[in-house]
Design a protein around this ligand. Structure first.
Ligand SMILES: CC(C)(COP(=O)(O)OP(=O)(O)OC[C@H]1O[C@@H](n2cnc3c(N)ncnc32)[C@H](O)[C@@H]1O)[C@@H](O)C(=O)NCCC(=O)NCCS
Ligand SMILES: Nc1ncnc2c1ncn2[C@@H]1O[C@H](COP(=O)(O)OP(=O)(O)OP(=O)(O)O)[C@@H](O)[C@H]1O
Length: 205
C-alpha cells in the first residue's frame, strides 16, 4: 500500500531542503510550488485571468509572470491574495490530483506531496500523514531575508503573516521536524522517520 506523506511548513521553514533530500533518495516527489509555476506559465489561461484582474504590467517583456511584482501585491493585501488564490488554487489542485493518481499506478511505498499551503487549502484528507518542518519565527524571518535579499524587514514579515502561524501547523503535525538547528540535524530526524516507513531504504551516510 502506498503511503502519501504531506510535507509542509511555513515560508522558508525548510520544506525544499527536506524535499530535495528525499528526492536524492529517489523517492517520488510532487511539488506544489513547481505545479503552481506550470499553471501560471506564459500563455496559460491562468495568466490571462491574472492580467485581466491585476493588470498587464504583471508580465515581463517575454510574457512570463513578473513574480516579484505579483508577490509584492499579494503578500501586502489579503484581498489581492484571495483574488489570486481564486484564479490558481483550483487549477493547482486538479494537477496535484492528476500527478498523484499517475504516481500511485506505479505502487511505490511512499509518495511525498510537498505543499506549503496544505492546511490553508485543506489537503489534509488527500494525504495519510503530515510532516511539518518547523522553525522559530525569528530564524524563519532571517532565513527568508537571507534567501530573498530584496525583501525588507516588513515585506518578509508580511510573507510570514500571510500564512497560518507555523506554531499552529506544528501542533497539528503527525511528524514534527525541528529545523532550528543545522541541516544535518534536520535530515537525521527525517532519516529516523523514514526508517519506520521504508525499512529497506539505504542511506549513503
Ligand atoms: C506570488 C508568487 C508569484 C510569488 O513568487 P515567488 O517566486 O516570490 O515565490 P515562490 O513561488 O517561490 O513561493 C514562495 C513561498 O511563498 C508562499 N506562498 C506562495 N503563494 C502563497 C499564497 N497564495 N498564500 C500564502 N503563501 C504563499 C509559499 O510558502 C511558497 O513556498 C507565487 O508565490 C505564486 O504564484 N503564488 C500563488 C500560487 C501558490 O499558491 N503557490 C503555493 C503552492 S500551493
Ligand atoms: N537548518 C538550516 N540551517 C541554515 N539554513 C537553512 C536551514 N534549513 C534551510 N535553510 C536555508 O533557509 C532557506 C529556506 O529553506 P527552504 O528553501 O528549504 O525553505 P522552504 O520551506 O522550502 O521555503 P519556501 O516555502 O519559501 O519555498 C534556504 O535558503 C535554505 O538553504
Amino acid at each position: 500500500m502506498t503511503k502519501i506523506l504531506g510535507l509542509t511548513g511555513g515560508i522558508a521553514s525548510g520544506k525544499s531542503t527536506v524535499s530535495a533530500y528525499l528526492g536524492s533518495l529517489n523517492l517520488p516527489i510532487i511539488d506544489a510550488d513547481l505545479i503552481a509555476r506550470e499553471v501560471m506559465k506564459a500563455g496559460s489561461p491562468a495568466i490571462s485571468e491574472i492580467c485581466e484582474q491585476f493588470g498587464a504590467d504583471m508580465l515581463l517583456a517575454n510574457g512570463e509572470l513578473d513574480r516579484k511584482k505579483l508577490g509584492d501585491v499579494i503578500f501586502a493585501s489579503p484581498e489581492k491574495r484571495n483574488q489570486l488564490n481564486d484564479i490558481v488554487q483550483g487549477r493547482i489542485r486538479a494537477e496535484i490530483k492528476r500527478q498523484l493518481s499517475e504516481c500511485q499506478k506505479k505502487n511505490p511505498p511512499l509518495i511525498i506531496l510537498d505543499i506549503p499551503l496544505l492546511y490553508e487549502e485543506e489537503y489534509e484528507n488527500q494525504v495519510d500523514e503530515i510532516m511539518v518542518v518547523y522553525v522559530d519565527v525569528d530564524i524563519q524571518k532571517a532565513r527568508l531575508r537571507n534567501r530573498n535579499k530584496e525583501l525588507t524587514e516588513e515585506e518578509a514579515l508580511n510573507r510570514i503573516l500571510s500564512q497560518m502561524p507555523l506554531i499552529e501547523k506544528a501542533e497539528l503535525a503527525d511528524i514534527l521536524i525541528d529545523n532550528n538547528g543545522t541541516i544535518e540535524n534536520t535530515l537525521s530526524q527525517v532519516r529516523k522517520w523514514l526508517k519506520t516507513v521504508v525499512p529497506e531504504i539505504e542511506f549513503a551516510e
